[in-house]
Design a protein around this ligand. Structure first.
Ligand code: 3PG
Length: 378
């Protein structure tokens, strides 16, 4: 993969594709993680005296028209505050202001542009050749084959990866290619079907796979346990059984049940004591799981093991986060909900690396080649 250090960037006009797709409410950024993670590359370019046109998508607006609800304005304001630098918001790719006002500019939402989602070559060409160099640093969007994430990289005279993308790939590879054993993955979330490829891929890499959430329910049912009225994917039972036969899947022995997700009360039950009307909303981190995590040298975490947003069902995810924070292993976490749980229960610095990717993180960990990384020669 071509990197920043491979190019002479001094005094260049640079188009920098970031993933500034952050949660926004009432025109305010709720979680600036993706913005702060993009700052090192921006600073690197400012120090090289570059003029920088930042670009990103935000949400999923209709293409072809401006929509205030998907405007980059709140992102521009937040970034400007974080880096203490003036930032002009540029409304159109045809604007004569590009590279002619502030040193750092931000283009309006790329997904307003016709052709972005369809990987239109003409749009890719325009984005790629607005400046002298096209830099791609949007790891969170590297799994999308779109004009700014694929065609532009292919058509740029000079294109390379930014510092965030370089760091993401190096960190994720530590758990894929240069992994230290014992390697434990925690894969949780509501549906096994959305994580099937990940679990299947990790089955050949990891020593243990701890499961939680609805995924654990499906595995438990495949092993003959009664999971009551809990969320289960019945059409995945056979697949779960096959995966379980690898001997790497670690199931909970105690679960936290209630009548409803809105219940203020929960009960901890042994897994063989779940009744037909129970719903499982959390799991207990068993001593076996804790021991496995303590002796692991590499830990990968994707998905909260319980409904941690609700107080009665947060204990399992809380215990898990604390155990990872106290571990000496190289720990890697990814996915929006996982990072939200980390922010809630521990400090992000207590995990060795938190990925900015959601879908991109999953696909990379499934062993897929991401289109943007491939276009960059990675
Ligand atoms: C994400 O949030 O996962 C990325 O920004 C990609 O967004 P998308 O799923 O709308 O393409």
């Amino acid at each position: 993969m071509r990197l920043l250090k491979d190019l002479d960037l001094s005094n260049k006009n640079v188009v920098l594709r970031l993933d500034l797709n952050v949660p926004i409410q009432d025109k305010r950024v709720l979680d600036p993680t993706r913005i702060t993670s993009s700052v090192p590359t921006i600073k690197y370019l400012v120090d090289k005296n570059c003029k920088v046109l930042l670009t990103s998508h935000l949400g999923r607006p209709e293409e072809g028209a401006f929509d205030i609800n998907f405007s980059m304005r709140p992102v521009a304001d937040k970034l400007s505050e974080i880096i203490n630098h003036e930032i002009d918001l540029i409304n159109s790719l045809a604007s004569s202001d590009i590279f002619n006002t502030t040193q750092i500019q931000l283009l309006e939402n790329l997904r307003f542009l016709v052709g972005e989602k369809d990987n239109n070559e003409e749009l890719g060409y325009q984005l790629a050749n607005k400046g002298d160099v096209y830099i791609f640093d949007a790891f969170g969007t590297a799994h999308r084959k779109q004009a700014s994430t694929h065609s532009a990289i292919q058509q740029a005279k000079f294109a390379c990866a930014g510092l965030l993308l370089e760091k993401e790939v190096n960190s994720l590879n530590k758990a894929l290619t240069s992994v230290k054993s014992p390697f434990t993955a925690i894969i949780a979330g509501s549906k096994i079907s959305t994580k099937l490829e990940l679990i299947a891929h990790l089955n050949s890499k990891a020593d243990f796979i701890i499961v939680g959430g609805g995924i654990a329910n499906t595995f438990l049912k495949s092993q003959g346990f009664n999971v009551g009225e809990s969320l289960v994917e019945n059409d995945m039972i056979e697949i779960a059984e096959d995966l379980f036969n690898s001997g790497k899947i670690i199931l909970p022995n105690k679960v936290i049940v209630a009548d409803s997700i809105d219940s203020n009360h929960s009960t901890t039950k042994n897994i063989d004591r779940v009744s037909s009307s129970d719903k499982i909303f959390d799991i207990n981190l068993s001593s076996n799981m804790s021991e496995i995590l303590k002796s692991s040298k590499t830990i990968l975490w994707n998905g909260p093991i319980g409904v941690f947003e609700k107080e009665p069902f947060q204990k399992g995810t809380h215990q898990l986060a604390k155990t990872i924070a106290n571990s000496k292993a190289f720990s890697l976490a990814g996915g929006g909900e996982t990072i939200a749980a980390i922010n809630k229960f521990i400090n992000k610095d207590e995990v060795s690396y938190c990925s900015t990717g959601g879908g991109a993180f999953l696909e990379y960990m499934e062993g897929k080649i991401l289109p943007s990384i491939e276009a960059l020669g990675g």
